[in-house]
Design a protein around this ligand. Sequence first.
Ligand code: LMR
Length: 394
Amino acid sequence: MFETLKPQPADKILMLMQMFRDDPRDNKVDLGVGVYKNAEGVTPVMRAIKAAEHKLWEEQTTKAYTGLAGDPAYADAMINLILGTSVERSKIAAVATPGGTGAVRQAFELIKLANPEARVFVSDPTWPNHISILKYVGIETVMYRYFDAETRAVNFDGMMEDLQQAKKGDVLLLHGCCHNPTGANLNLTEWQAVVELLNERGLIPMIDIAYQGFGDGLEEDAAGVRLVASSVPECLIAASCSKNFGIYRERTGLLMAISQDGGAQAQNQQSLAFLNRQNYSFPPDHGARLVTMILNDDALRADWMKELEDTRLGMLGLRQQLADELQRLTGSDRFGFIAQHRGMFSLLGTTPDLVEKMRLDHGIYMVGDSRLNIAGLNAQTVPILAKAIVEAGV
Ligand code: LMR
C-alpha cells in the first residue's frame, strides 16, 4: 500500500525553518516562521504562563478527560476576550481545538458538512496553509484581490469588485487583524462595507484571528471581528493563542460558530463536538487551562496584558527603525509602508529571486513571497536587513 504514496507539496514556511537550521553562518537572520523573538533572539515563556503553570502543578488533581468541546470555562474566557459583549453568549457555539490551525481545519469541515457546494473566497495572498487545507478537505477556493503591489496597502476596490462573483452561501475568509502574510489591514470603514456586502450577497464570513494584541492593541484588533459577528446572521471565528500567549507548542485554539437565530446554537454546538470526536476526540487541555487561569485572574491577566503590550510596542519600534533606516539609505519614502503595516509580518512585495539573493548574500531568511517576520529582528539586525534590501535592489 505505502508504495502508492507520492511526495506531497512542501510547506514553504516549514521548509525555510529547516534551511535556516542547516545554514552554518553565524550572522544569519531568521525572518521566516511566525514566531515572536525578543531582543536576545529567544521566544520566551510569558511570565503569566509560567506563574499559571506553577499554580496548575500545585492545584491540578486529575488529568481525566474534559469534554469534547474542551472546558466550557475556556470557551467563555476566550469569547469574552475576542468578542467582548458584542454577541450574546447564547448565540455562540464553541469548541477548543489543537491550535489555530485545528480551528481552521474544523471550520472547513463544518462548512463542508453544512454546505458541500460552498466555495471559500480567500485573499490573494493568504496564509498558504489556508489554501492547502481547503484543497485537502475538498473545498473549492476562489482568490480575491487584496494586496496592492504598488502601495503595499489593501486594494479595497479590487477586493470588493472580486467579491461580486460570490454567490449566496459562499464563505468569505477574512483575517481578523495583522493580515498574514501582508501586514496590510482593513480599516473600520472598510470592515463596515464588508459587512454590507456579506449581508447583501448572503455570504458567510469566516474570520481567522491569530494575532490579537499584536497590531493596534487587544481591543482595537478585535474591532472588525466584533462588528462582523454582531451584524451578520451567521459567522465562523477561528482563534489561536499561540502568539498572544506565546504557547505555540501547546496547540491552543478555539472555533466559534455564531447564529443570530438563538435556536440554532444547540445544533451548532453538537456538530462542532461531533467533528472534534471524529478528528481527535478531546482537544488538548494544558494550554487552554493556562489561558483560562490567566484571563480569569486579575493579577495574572494584568501581567499578561503588560507583557503582550511590551511585545507589541517592541515590534512597532522595529518597524519604525527599519522604515527610517531604509529612508536614510535610499533617500526615499518608498519603504514607509513597513511602519504602517501591523502585526508580525510585512510583505516587501519583491520577487522570489531577490529574496533568494538576500538569503545567499546576507543570510537573511524570509518566505519566498517576500514576507518578513518583524519579530525576528532586533536593533542590531535592522541595519543588516536594510542594507541587504538596498543591495539586492528591492
Ligand atoms: C506562520 O505563518 O509563520 C505561522 O502561522 C506558523 C505556521 O504554522 O505557518
